[in-house]
Design a protein around this ligand. Structure first.
Ligand SMILES: Cc1ncc(COP(=O)(O)O)c(C=O)c1O
Length: 458
């Protein structure tokens, strides 16, 4: 049973919730013998039977194996179809099958996937990204994690300072520098096994929307970079207070550090990322995941002075000096740049975002109406296409507040109930999001199934 199902959810009948979780999980597993057999076979060659650990522990039941899909729907090995509201945690916002990205990838495959030489794709992509974000220079990796790693190295090399500041509850990838948290005494400590205890000396974690804490973290003058998402997206959804990000950027620069926006997720929420509608300034901007919609890539934009610093570092390296440690054999390859170009030109258009934001409002309005109809004092999370169930009357402003607004057990029960009825809901720390292949029909289906779920647990 999902561990948190022992904790009550205000307004919900806990006994019914637990019984429903149990029955729905059993029925989910019983109906999927082919996935079970694949998992057994897989366990002989991969720990837990999965190629990377998240696939094993993100769900409170054995994962179904995916056979294929079309649009916003995928089918598992046992033939069950799901409408996808998790979007591979925003790394596949476009969907399945014969998409503009699939066609661009096929075209590129026909002429060459890799060369360790520049291709015109990367020029066109950098130009398109500059137009959309205002960041004039770009570099490429193969994941947002690697982009954040390189960004920190550039920041350290060019500021001469050492530490990084990140916000509690944020996730920026599986990189040492940000896999830290505050311990019970307020001290920084590694947030996972396998990290050197020293990582905790390099990073300071402060609460989001707390300028006083940020000022204190910057005061010693040893910070190279402050890294943040425009809104925290990995612990429900925490929006910035008006003016918070502008002042955070000003304070960061005043302390001689670089202000980095990680829009790996939020790029999927607004045209040009949240930087554009909120008119945010930054020194570096990180992208990844959904911009390739299934094809691996990471990208970061930078200001002209930083580009000059990076270039000078490379000149130094050519002359036998140390250069800034960036680069990788297949970074910026023609395949991932072709995929991202297709996303920008054919999918992530202004009209595309207007459409999915309207559907996102339909989903959020529907969740609000649903919880009101059950007199639950809840709110819908909402920003463009992103939605979700906020289990408190007020939207959270910090990570500590998000802990009250979400409930792992409630989410686990809802997820498996919905999976049995053809909806693949978001993982517990996120919220359902509308992708570029969804239509009104899928939103209404989500709301109908969610209503059925609430009916059974009141
Ligand atoms: C905000 C943010 N940044 C960076 C990453 C790392 O992305 P990747 O796992 O593709 O390296 C993630 C992953 O979820 C993320 O949410």
């Amino acid at each position: 049973m999902a561990s948190d199902l022992a904790d009550p959810v205000p307004g919900i009948n806990l006994g019914r919730l637990q019984a429903l979780f149990q029955a729905e999980t059993e029925s989910f597993l019983r109906a999927r013998p082919k996935s079970a057999a694949l998992l057994q076979r897989a366990a002989k060659v991969m720990p837990d039977g999965v190629p990377m650990p998240w696939m094993g522990w993100l769900y409170d039941h054995a994962p179904p194996f995916v056979a294929g899909g079309q649009g916003c729907r995928f089918t598992d090995a046992d033939g069950f179809e799901y409408v996808d509201f998790n979007l591979a945690d925003l790394s596949n916002t476009l969907g399945y099958g014969d998409t503009p990205v699939a066609r661009a990838v096929a075209r590129q495959a026909g002429i060459g996937l890799q060369s360790l030489l520049p291709s015109e794709n990367a020029i066109a992509l950098s130009e398109a990204l500059s137009g959309r974000t205002g960041m004039p220079f770009w570099q490429y990796t193969l994941s947002a994690s690697a982009a954040n790693t390189e960004v920190f190295r550039i920041a350290r090399a060019l500021t001469g300072q050492r530490k990084v500041v990140a916000f509690s509850g944020a996730y920026h990838g599986h990189i040492d520098a940000t896999l830290v948290e505050r311990g019970p005494e307020g001290q920084m400590q590694p947030a996972a096994l396998g990290l050197s205890p020293d990582v905790a000396r390099e990073t300071v974690s402060v609460p989001f929307n707390d300028l006083g804490a940020l000022r204190a973290a910057l005061a010693p003058g040893d910070v190279a970079a402050v890294l943040t998402e425009p809104a925290l997206t990995n612990s429900t959804l925490v929006l910035p207070d008006p003016g918070f990000l502008a002042e955070a950027c000003r304070l960061t620069r005043a302390a001689g550090a670089l202000f980095v926006l990680d829009e790996t997720h939020t790029w999927q929420l607004a045209y040009g990322g949240m930087k554009r509608p909120m008119q945010l300034a930054c020194d570096l901007l990180v992208l990844g995941k959904g911009l390739g919609s299934g094809v691996a890539l990471g990208i970061y934009g930078m200001t002209a002075p930083l580009a000059e610093g990076l270039r000078a570092g490379r000149d130094g390296r050519r002359d036998g000096q140390k250069g800034i440690a960036t680069g990788g054999t297949i970074h910026g390859n023609p395949l991932s740049t072709a995929a991202a170009l297709a996303m920008l030109e054919e999918v992530q258009t202004e009209a595309g975002y207007v459409r999915i934001s309207a559907l996102g409002a339909r989903l959020s309005d529907g969740i609000d109406a649903l919880t009101r109809s059950y007199s639950l004092p809840w709110r819908a999370f909402r920003y463009g296409p992103r939605s979700g169930f906020c289990l408190t009357p007020h939207l959270p402003r910090s990570y500590d507040e998000t802990l009250l607004s979400m409930h792992r057990g409630f989410n686990a029960a809802r997820r498996v109930f919905m999976a049995n009825r053809g909806i693949w809901d978001a993982i517990w720390s996120a919220g359902p999001q509308v992708g570029f292949s969804h239509g009104a029909e899928e939103i209404d289906l989500y709301l109908d199934v969610a209503a059925d779920f609430l009916d059974r647990v009141m």
